[in-house]
Design a protein around this ligand. Structure first.
Ligand SMILES: [Fe+2]
Ligand SMILES: [Fe+2]
Length: 319
């Protein structure tokens, strides 16, 4: 396409874009208004709570879970910059641009928090590495929007809510709502803009995208198994947070339906029957904390946890 795109100044084009993408442009303006100073917020929270006081085992557990978030923020930063570069509609470009600022702030604030925690920060697990590197490497905008903005970001929102409520460590719990509010806007960009990109995909592409979603969700499920001991250490119920995550993911995916209620091609939207099945699967693989679980089920779950370590090792070697 010729550059500069003079149509961006045509009044008819502008009127149509305003009508179609006004809500997406609003994400940019709201993002501006809600921008916060990560340095100041962290400094104030540390002063308010008198620093971070936690026993070493809990610190290690936080480092294990939040190293994933740290590198996830760095990936989100690059991916939103890719989107800002490649999206053509200026409203979506604006929303991606403000997201770049948000993710930069999330990265340095999380980095500073983890440095303040004062323990060793483990390397990224193999499952998350596989998900994030595939989203970073792909040139496909649809994969980036679906994988990062809708799946990974909504999982991050769930984790932030869970950690805020668990009150494990007050500085971190008070920090979470700042992150959560920004991430919700990033999910909004995916929900509002993806239907446009999906409208023109082929059946083959739709099938490929459904497989991609299954792959991401499966890898994240294995990654969660791997982190289970750390969630237990922090008193976080993986069952509750997985259910919450799936509920949020369903709501997000439902948001992609057209005004007439049609599913966009290429998106996995859970039917009511599969919802029940999903809940049963979560109860089986992630038993509630303190639940009375039969010994045969406990054995299967511990085999899966063992397998998750084997898979992690293999993926780390392959990376
Ligand atoms: Fe973020
Ligand atoms: Fe984000």
């Amino acid at each position: 396409m010729a550059w500069p795109p003079y149509r961006l100044m045509e009044r008819d084009y502008l009127a149509e874009a305003k009508q179609k993408y006004e809500r997406i442009e609003r994400l940019y303006h709201v993002g501006h208004k809600q921008a916060w100073d990560g340095k100041q917020v962290l400094k104030d929270l540390l002063a308010k709570h008198g620093g971070i006081h936690l026993d070493p085992a809990k610190k290690t557990a936080i480092a294990q879970i939040f190293s994933t978030i740290l590198w996830g923020e760095l990936a989100a930063w690059s991916i939103s910059a890719d989107l800002a570069l490649q999206l053509e509609d200026t409203e979506a470009k604006m929303a991606a641009t403000i997201q770049v600022f948000d993710e930069a702030r999330h990265f340095y604030t999380m980095r500073d928090y983890l440095l303040e925690l004062g323990c060793e920060i483990p390397k990224l697990d193999g499952y998350t590495h596989a998900v994030l590197s595939s989203l970073l490497d792909t040139h496909r905008l649809v994969d980036k929007l679906l994988g990062m903005q809708l799946i990974v970001e909504s999982i991050a929102v769930t984790l932030f809510k869970t950690v805020a409520q668990a009150r494990i460590e007050p500085v971190l719990s008070d920090l979470m709502p700042y992150f959560e509010r920004d991430e919700a806007r990033h999910v909004g960009l995916g929900v509002l803009y993806l239907p446009k990109l999906l409208a023109k995909i082929s059946p083959f592409e739709a099938a490929r995208l459904k497989l991609l979603q299954l792959k991401i969700v499966t890898l994240i499920g294995w990654g969660t198994h791997l982190k289970t001991p750390y969630f237990v250490q922090l008193g976080i119920d993986s069952n509750e947070s997985f259910r919450r995550g799936m509920r949020l993911n369903r709501e997000v995916m439902e948001g992609l339906r057209s005004a007439e209620g049609e599913e966009p091609p290429g998106v996995l939207i859970g039917a009511a029957s599969s919802e029940r099945f999903n809940d049963l699967a979560v109860d089986f693989f992630f038993p509630r904390l303190g639940a009375d679980v039969p010994s045969w089920q406990r054995k299967i779950v511990s085999v899966i946890e063992g397998l998750s370590k084997v898979g992690d090792h293999a993926l780390r070697l392959a990376a």
